[in-house]
Design a protein around this ligand. Structure first.
Ligand code: SAM
Length: 242
């Protein structure tokens, strides 16, 4: 990872869940599988992106690399980043075991990615941006925008809370109720210590970074997916519930 200015947020530090812990990494997919269908999610993201074979995809916060592997298997050229060396090791081992090519793992994150401008056709980040405070989300999104080719696509999915009149604390309880009992402590830690934000802030951050939000898929879970492109379409995003 490159040197960075003294004022830069240290994205290597673990905030909330400790993904540098090997035991946490090894049980990650099994835990996620209790409330997420990872293969179906990954396939749906690839369908949504609708890229030409061989297109270059940047994934930020690859975790165990399930999406990166699915994308490489589908014939895309993938650069997958994570700030946790334990996660990267696990992801690399799984990719090697599957004999995958066209897949590169790098120890870097939103703030330390060093891609030349206009390198990628698409960027994907699922359940990661909430690790950064809002100020640094803005920097992260500008970095992604710069790394994408003109017309490039960005699919962002994360826990984002709604501003639609409800007391946020009601939503926090609702969020806890969407996860299995065994994960309630983790979900509480997410709300108390990590940096999930509000929908209007996220929309503003994306737009200010130069993205055009084509579609917002709101599961009310509160996992929200933003389907964006670089450049401005000038039209209001379509809002869809699952
Ligand atoms: C909840 S996991 C999500 C993993 C995967 N995207 C998924 O959907 O299953 C969050 C991952 O983001 C990584 N991460 C945290 N902060 C990051 C940052 N600033 N840049 C890149 N990755 C980061 C963590 O190490 C962890 O692997």
């Amino acid at each position: 990872m490159n040197e960075h200015p003294a004022w830069q947020w240290n994205e290597i530090q673990q905030v909330g869940t400790d993904y540098s812990d090997v035991a946490e990494v090894e049980r990650y997919e099994q835990r996620m599988g209790e409330f997420r269908d990872l293969p179906a999610e990954d396939a749906a993201i690839l369908d949504t992106l609708a890229l030409a074979k061989g297109a270059r995809i940047l994934e930020i916060g690859t975790g165990t690399g399930h999406f990166a592997r699915a994308a490489a298997k589908a014939g895309y050229c993938v650069t997958a980043l994570d700030v946790s060396t334990a996660m990267l090791q696990y992801a690399e081992d799984r990719a090697k075991a599957d004999g995958l090519t066209g897949l590169e793992f790098r120890h870097a994150g939103f703030l330390t990615l060093s891609a030349a401008p206009s390198t990628f056709d698409a960027a994907v980040s699922v359940a990661v941006l909430h690790h950064l405070p809002d100020l640094w989300k803005a920097v992260a999104l500008a970095n992604i925008h710069r790394a994408l080719k003109p017309g490039g696509r960005f699919l962002l999915c994360d826990v984002v809370f709604s501003s639609k009149g409800r007391d946020p604390r009601v939503q926090f309880d609702a969020f806890l109720n969407t996860v299995p009992q065994s994960m309630r402590d983790g979900a509480s830690c997410h709300v108390a210590k990590e940096y999930s934000t509000l929908d209007w802030i996220m929309e503003g951050l994306l737009t200010r970074a130069g993205f055009s939000i084509e579609c917002i898929v709101d599961s009310e879970a509160p996992l929200i997916q933003y389907r964006c492109t670089t450049g401005s379409s000038g039209s209001e995003p379509t809002k869809r519930a699952y």
